[in-house]
Design a protein around this ligand. Structure first.
Ligand SMILES: [Zn+2]
Length: 126
């Protein structure tokens, strides 16, 4: 008799526990979800991420864009001053680099191969 009563109460307890869903255990950080890189980035990392979203490359981390080097499409050389020294590997297999000063203004030609280079102003992000 006592065993039957105990079994009945155990079955009831088991069925009522199944009916009520047990809430999943959550930690405080997981309530709002895991923060994204953009949400937790600070300082220089945040500046670089915002610039990358806008398509800019403020620290010249990406490969430079290639230009034809012609008068209509000169190589663009960024500079924070009005002149910059440029090294031109005139042909792909050359082992020597031709160095020359590039000044602000119109496009200039490499003294050896004739490729055009143009100085463009560049502002540092800080
Ligand atoms: Zn050259």
């Amino acid at each position: 008799m006592a065993a039957r009563l105990l079994l009945r109460s155990a079955v009831r307890a088991a069925t009522t526990c199944r009916a009520a869903p047990i809430p999943a255990l959550t930690r405080g950080m997981a309530v709002g979800g895991i923060p994204t890189d953009e949400e937790q980035a600070t300082g220089l990392e945040k500046i670089v991420m915002k610039a990358a979203q806008q398509g800019a490359d403020p620290y010249s981390m990406l490969k430079p864009k290639e230009y034809a080097g012609s008068k209509a499409d000169p190589h663009l050389v960024p500079s924070i001053t009005t002149k910059r020294i440029v090294g031109c590997v005139c042909e792909e297999d050359n082992t020597a680099v031709v160095w020359f000063w590039l000044h602000q203004g119109d496009a200039q030609r490499c003294p050896s191969c004739g490729s055009h280079y143009k100085l463009v102003p560049h502002e540092l992000p800080h």
